[in-house]
Design a protein around this ligand. Structure first.
Ligand SMILES: Cc1ncc(COP(=O)(O)O)c(C=O)c1O
Length: 451
């Protein structure tokens, strides 16, 4: 648009607010709390136009698992850019995508097939569609029901919202949502040193079994975030529960769909969170850490049992889900390099050291402020709930303590976006120890200001 004479120059933030409808945001809030302007990002840091450095304490919604601008991923993407950026994936192939698929399938011997798409929610929808169609193709059309866990989160598309259990996001769209069974009460715990980690309370399992047994014959699949639930409140549950669920699912011919979109690629330690329990799901959804946050790519891994049900002369039996950017070449080059780096840089070992450090840092903040409850952690994830130090109870929601913490933390030098009054650290898996100590110092100072 042509600038009129004497028209004042608008700031970037004003131009943003004039047009951009931001995700997961009440836009009116930007009247008082405008979006933060980021100029560039490197490693664990975001750089603002005034030169200030801000630690990305949540890996930009948990996807920048290797930090920003990792030099070898940049090199791999640049190399691919010289060849081509995207070609239709239906009916074509290319070396990087084949190598990536071989590598993904090497992570678990019984997961032999990869279906690509462009985001986490679509991966969840794909896995569910595969499960439902698998049963109709296998002569069990009555298997149509779906179950998921209390407090789960699987994305924002209609089916993903139906499986999730975050009312704030799903309630306004109830007319669109499918009925799903919600599995509860989950055997939550705060640390893997708890006795229940290895052995969940029997009465809780009995209660769960009682809930799912009557639907077993009609149940097609159970969708769940393994071990750690993210957007539902950073909650950890017993690995024994997944073991029991795997046995129950085998006995009742029900498929398990692990949504490893947040937990995959070492966020909780091992490459997949299901590995804590030594179980292999029937379908696995991956995204975020798959490209280390370099591009919109997701993948569903499954095995020959499901794949072969679709394998036929008839097009009608094929899995006809299409995403324009499936198998995108730039994303594939980033993902292949990210997978190499997880190995080359010994990320699993790193997490073994960083995890306990992060937990002890959050414990210290809790002891010094008296304003945190339920300090919990697994792998490179720690979380806690802000409480009133005088009463030990939660603050009233209208006080927006968590949100104020987030706003102040940014100004103090750390991006620590809240989940209600839950605060958490999900830094890049390769963040330096001194960066983590700095992150904790900023969090403590901010918490003392916010309570
Ligand atoms: C466990 C889980 N599943 C699904 C999603 C949805 O992924 P996307 O935002 O890429 O659609 C997320 C996103 O945070 C997630 O954490």
């Amino acid at each position: 648009m042509k600038k009129l004479k004497n028209e004042p120059l608008k700031s970037l933030v004003q131009r943003d607010i004039a047009h951009i409808w931001h995700p997961c945001t009440q836009m009116k809030m930007h009247e008082n709390y405008p979006p933060f302007e980021i100029e560039r990002a490197n490693g664990s840091y975001l750089y603002l136009p005034n030169g200030q450095k801000v630690i990305d304490g949540i890996s930009s919604w948990w996807c920048k698992s290797l930090g920003h601008s990792h030099p070898s991923i940049r090199k791999a993407v640049k190399k691919q850019m010289r060849k081509y950026e995207h070609v239709i994936a239906a009916g074509t192939t290319q070396k990087t995508l084949v190598k990536l698929s071989e590598k993904l399938c090497s992570l678990s011997p019984s997961l032999t097939r990869v279906f690509y798409s462009d985001g986490g929610s679509s991966a969840v929808e794909i896995a569910v569609k595969m499960a439902l169609r698998y049963y109709s193709l296998s002569g069990k059309p009555e298997k149509k029901l779906l179950a998921a866990f209390e407090n789960g989160y699987h994305g924002e598309t209609a089916l993903a919202l139906s499986l999730g259990d975050c009312r704030l996001y799903s309630a306004p769209y109830s007319s669109l949502l499918a009925d799903t069974i919600k599995i509860s009460p989950l055997p939550y715990l705060n640390r893997v040193s708890a006795i229940e980690w290895e052995k969940m309370p029997g009465d809780k399992w009995n209660e769960i079994e009682k809930k799912i047994n009557p639907s077993a014959a009609k149940l097609a699949a159970i969708v769940f975030e393994p071990i750690l639930q993210g957007a539902g409140g950073m909650k950890i549950y017993s690995m024994d529960f997944l073991r029991r669920l795997r046995k129950w699912a085998d006995k009742n011919d029900v498929l398990l769909i692990a949504d490893e979109i947040m937990t995959g690629f070492h966020r909780t330690g091992p490459v997949f969170a299901c590995n804590h329990a030594g179980i292999v799901p029937d379908l696995v959804c991956l995204s975020k850490g798959l490209t280390a946050g370099w591009g919109a790519m997701s993948a569903v891994l499954t095995g020959d049992k499901i794949y072969s049900a679709f394998y036929d002369d008839s097009i009608e039996k094929a899995f006809l889900h299409s995403s324009t950017y499936a198998g995108n070449a730039l994303c594939a080059s980033a993902a292949l390099e990210a997978l190499n780096i997880y190995e080359k840089e010994g990320i699993e070992e790193k997490v073994k050291n960083t995890g306990p450090l992060l937990l002890s840092l959050m414990d210290e903040i809790s002891a010094d402020s008296n304003a945190l409850a339920n300090v919990r952690g697994i792998g490179c994830v720690v979380a806690a709930d802000i409480v009133n130090p005088q009463t030990g109870k939660s603050f009233p929601p209208e006080r927006q303590t968590g949100f104020m913490f987030y706003q102040r933390a940014f100004r103090n030098g750390a991006l620590l976006r809240n989940l209600g009054d839950t605060i958490y650290f999900i830094p890049p898996l390769n963040a330096a120890k001194k960066t983590l100590s700095k992150l904790a110092k900023i969090a403590k100072k901010t918490l003392l200001e916010a309570i």
